[in-house]
Design a protein around this ligand. Sequence first.
Ligand code: WQD
Length: 340
Amino acid sequence: MAEKILVTGGTGYIGSHTVIELIQQGYKPIIIDNLSNSKLERLDQIQAITGVRPEFEKVEMCDKAQMEAFFAKHTDIKAVIHFAALLQVGESVEKPLLYYSNNLLSTIHLLECMKQYQIGNIVFSSSCTVYGNPEHLPVNEDAPIKPAISPYGNTKKMCEDIIRDFSMSEKQMKSISLRYFNPIGNHPSALIGEEPHGVPSHLVPYLTQTAKGIRSHLNIFGNDYSTPDGTCVRDYLHVVDLAKAHIAAIRRLLDVQDCPIWDYINIGTGTGYSVLQMVKAFESATGQEVPFQFAPRREGDVEAVYADTTKAKNLLKWQTELDLEDMLRAAWAWEQKLAH
Ligand code: WQD
């Protein structure tokens, strides 16, 4: 019998890619999402790719009554993957209370319902932002946690702590927080991908829109960092590889009896690329030119961060399989399909 996995925020960018991998690996995902940052047509796209239309219910996780009504109906959930959150770094600086109330309350309601219905496994979508500007690279999970640069990043750290403390108190609940580095690209079918609202804040969608002529040029925020070419370094990983890491984490929670009741694992490639290297790699992979200009540094940007992936390899038996060319070609194929 296929194990039922709840995916909160499952119509979102990373959530929908994870639902695809869950289906393809024999699980039965059920999605709850408030559709504040995604569309129902994601279900059509998932069905087109997998042949399966996942169960979906529109649920506002900040409304405890809606959450209780959902869990009362679905008592066969074996584990939860928790993506649902507001995630715009810049917006979180302007609206901190919105981010704290939404991201923390939705997590607390989820944990309360998991306790009530004795669901003992959760994988949490966390972020490498918890490391801030790491002293040592590659950064491992024992690196000091830095004060968050944004309320968004702070909610990720706070939710990690809430889940940890709840796991410790409950004993019956096991959790793994996956600390993502920079997910980019999309499913090779180009039927699904990142759809930023308005002007993209992230590098790759802005880069593909520039290549498409929607933007006149890419602004590279800062070229005076202490990096080889002066531009910031990040660990970009393919969103399909990232999705597969979630299945590996679910498998560990469901199948490995003596795994710790809470853990946190870096999910990256282990290789860092600078912004300039990304522009050159995109041009070489796609043949598309990307005009750019250097601009002032962006507030809150980390100079360089990329993952030590040892723990993911050892505990999840997972590592990335797709390379930078795969990621950038997929992003370009998706951009070409988007009607702006
Ligand atoms: C990457 C680099 C920019 C746009 C964010 C979130 C993080 C995580 C991943 C969720 C930086 C530079 C960007 C542009 C540029 N999300 N850049 N011109 O900030 O590393 O991480 O996404 O877990 O929490 O903060 O990603 O793509 O915004 O920036 O020069 O137009 O590209 O300065 O160095 P970031 P990003």
